[in-house]
Design a protein around this ligand. Structure first.
Ligand SMILES: Cc1cc2nc3c(=O)[nH]c(=O)nc-3n(C[C@H](O)[C@H](O)[C@H](O)COP(=O)(O)O)c2cc1C
Length: 230
């Protein structure tokens, strides 16, 4: 019996795989994603712009509240703007690290990453991509349109973006200099957009290092439904 719709609908038949192939595909993806790391040492080697556009297109496939896709990605590749962003980020980060704006608890949480107010990678990386979250939309008549689940939606899109870069052999850092309102001005973004994450993107430097972090095990992150516990 065909369903009746008020709006257009399409048949959807996603790929299905035999069970062994499902497991293999899942394991392959896990193996790839386990190797992803946030990188703070970049090479200045150029990266094709197409890779950036592909990663943004992948991000743009993310689910979003009411399919409002409340994101914008500003792409910066010129040295002057990168420098401007680095200097502005370092002003804020110096306040955090040296000016006492970081609470002792925050400082303690960050200690093992050995991050500092030096954000040289913002100039070294060939690309900076700033994701902006649209707090609300603008209707054609200029009125505001409410956006739903903006934070969740943009967070998922950024996850897709990071995964796409990693799949292409590129690295990035989820960078959130705090506060980051300077990015609105530098990127000439309107008032309905809020800077969400600043991503330097490129190849890892040959001598790049990352903190030796341990990820939680499956048992630490899974809780069984009470109905399943005997
Ligand atoms: C929302 C968010 C904000 C972050 N902000 C910063 C940041 O401002 N500076 C930084 O160096 N790393 C930042 N990170 C990176 C984390 O430190 C990093 O993801 C974490 O240490 C785990 O390392 P991994 O990404 O290599 O697994 C941020 C990560 C997330 C998810």
């Amino acid at each position: 019996m065909p369903r009746e719709h008020k709006y257009p609908f399409l048949p959807y038949a996603p790929a299905r795989y035999p069970e062994p192939d499902m497991i293999t595909k899942g394991r392959d993806l896990l193996c790839l994603m386990e190797k992803r790391r946030s990188v703070r040492f970049f090479s200045d080697e150029p990266v094709p712009r197409e890779c950036i556009d592909l990663a943004i297109r992948v991000a743009n496939t993310a689910p979003s509240g009411a399919h409002q896709q409340p994101w914008k990605f500003a792409v910066i590749g010129d040295a002057a703007t990168k420098k401007q962003i680095r200097l502005a980020a370092e002003v804020e980060e110096r306040e955090n690290y040296e000016g006492g704006r970081l609470t002792p608890e925050w400082r303690e949480a960050l200690a093992h990453l050995e991050t500092t107010s030096d954000k040289g990678y913002l100039e070294t990386a060939p690309w900076l991509v700033v994701c902006f979250a649209e707090k609300y939309g603008i209707r054609p008549d200029g009125n505001r349109r409410k956006h739903y689940y903006v934070n969740e939606s943009v967070g998922i899109a950024c996850g897709f973006f990071i995964s796409a870069l990693h799949t292409m052999g590129l690295v990035t850092l989820t960078h959130t200099p705090n506060p980051m309102s300077f990015l609105t001005e530098i990127c000439h973004r309107p008032g309905n957009e809020r800077p969400y994450i600043l991503f330097p993107v490129g190849y890892a430097a040959q001598d790049a290092e990352v903190p030796d972090l341990r990820r939680k095990s499956l048992a630490e992150v899974v809780v069984e439904s009470p109905g399943l516990i005997a």
